[in-house]
Design a binder for this molecule. Structure first.
Ligand SMILES: [Ca+2]
Ligand SMILES: [Ca+2]
Ligand SMILES: [Ca+2]
Ligand SMILES: [Ca+2]
Length: 379
């Protein structure tokens, strides 16, 4: 009976939560880092004179636990109203991005086992507030410290084990620890998408990789004007790009492979209800590519001088590609997800676009000497 009552309470709590207000993103008209600054103005705590504008509220550090009551409750996996802790929630992400629940090794009920300064010497004893961007990056200053968009409830022991480690892929041959749901700690893979960092890293399970990536994209946008004073291995010290390679490529990979889920949409609404600001990358996932496209290694704008692609915009089932070299053509959607790979040769100069819906795509053309990316509009 208690659980039924809790479920009903949560049901009404969630249906009452605010959605994206009309006009909220109307001023986000740019591309590249100009778009990032426009989003910052939409979600920050300054009034910038926008037609539809909410100014972010700092509710203080203790308020995080109150926010978690609505933002981080398991109504998705066990669906039993316990706390949703990304470092201990047992769940497998399927190839089609649906989820298969697994039993949790332990569960926390809101208000019970909350960190009281004791225990946390092993998993399952206490939960507390995990800063996915460590507090040391911003000197534990407010409002960052209190911002539920990137602070999450987690098991106290796993939180401490993560410490200040950056997020990436753990090399299983050099793995130090694995926690109850498969979250891991160890040496970075340091090849492929994560090439370029040789230190130790922390890896959440696949189900939550995109969630954490979008928390980073939020943070470096919301606090864009302070990024040059923040110090963390995943940051590059700049206000614009803000996220250092290879972490930008890693987070983008996580963003694309773990798309926005209902849990994140609900979490965003629950936090908006409290803080009066939203994570734009949950509401509009394509913003990530639109902002960072020139910085992402997935799109290298090297020059192949002689390639022509036409007609563009294209109405039919194919476009012509003229080149004096053999090419590999990779078609991506605006989220950066690869849709097809085709070969262009002197005897086969057409790119098949019959399977594409109307919209904007990116065609990366690679030869033995370089690559170029062209925007393709299918009408
Ligand atoms: Ca503002
Ligand atoms: Ca659960
Ligand atoms: Ca579970
Ligand atoms: Ca996810």
């Amino acid at each position: 009976m208690k659980y039924i009552y809790l479920f009903i309470t949560l049901f009404f709590a969630n249906t009452a939560l605010a959605q994206i207000p009309a006009g909220y993103y109307d001023s986000a008209t740019g591309t590249g880092f100009a778009l990032k600054t426009q989003l910052k103005n939409i979600i920050d705590d300054n009034f910038d004179g926008l037609a539809t504008e909410y100014t972010a509220q700092d509710l203080g550090y203790a308020a995080l636990y109150v926010t978690f009551q609505n933002s981080d409750i398991d109504i998705y996996f066990e669906n039993n109203g316990t706390l949703l802790d990304m470092y201990s929630e047992g769940v497998i992400q399927n190839p089609d991005n649906t989820s298969t629940n697994l039993p949790d090794a332990y569960e926390y009920t809101y208000g019970i086992n909350q960190d009281d300064g004791t225990m946390g010497t092993a998993e399952g004893q206490r939960y507390n507030r995990e800063h996915t961007i460590p507090q040391s990056a911003f000197n534990s200053d407010s409002p960052m410290r209190n911002d539920a968009h990137f602070v999450i409830p987690s098991d106290k022991y796993v939180n401490a084990q993560r410490g200040n480690l950056p997020f990436s892929f753990v090399n299983t041959a050099q793995q130090f620890d694995e926690y109850s749901n498969g979250t891991r700690r160890g040496n970075n893979v340091n090849s492929g998408v994560s090439a370029g960092y040789s230190g130790d890293v922390f890896e959440p399970i696949d189900e939550f990789k995109g969630d954490i990536a979008r928390m980073y994209f939020f943070f470096v946008t919301r606090y864009e004007d302070q990024m040059t004073s923040f110090n963390y291995v995943m940051f590059d010290g700049s206000a614009n790009q803000a996220i250092d390679q290879p972490f930008l490529d890693i987070l983008y990979n996580w963003h694309v492979n773990d798309p926005v889920s209902q849990r994140e949409i609900d979490r965003n609404n629950a936090i908006f209800d409290r803080q009066d600001n939203r994570n734009p990358f949950i509401d509009n996932p394509q913003y990530v590519f639109e902002i960072w496209q020139t910085a992402l290694s997935v799109e290298e704008f090297e020059t192949i001088e002689t390639v022509k692609m036409y007609p563009n915009p294209a109405k039919g089932d194919e476009v012509m590609i003229d080149s004096n070299q053999n090419l590999v053509a990779e078609v991506y959607d605006v989220l950066g997800k690869k849709i097809s790979v085709q070969h262009i040769t002197s005897t086969h100069k057409t790119l098949d676009i019959s399977a594409l819906n109307k919209g904007i795509y990116l065609v990366k053309l690679k030869s033995s000497t370089g690559s170029i990316t062209k925007k393709l509009i299918k009408q």
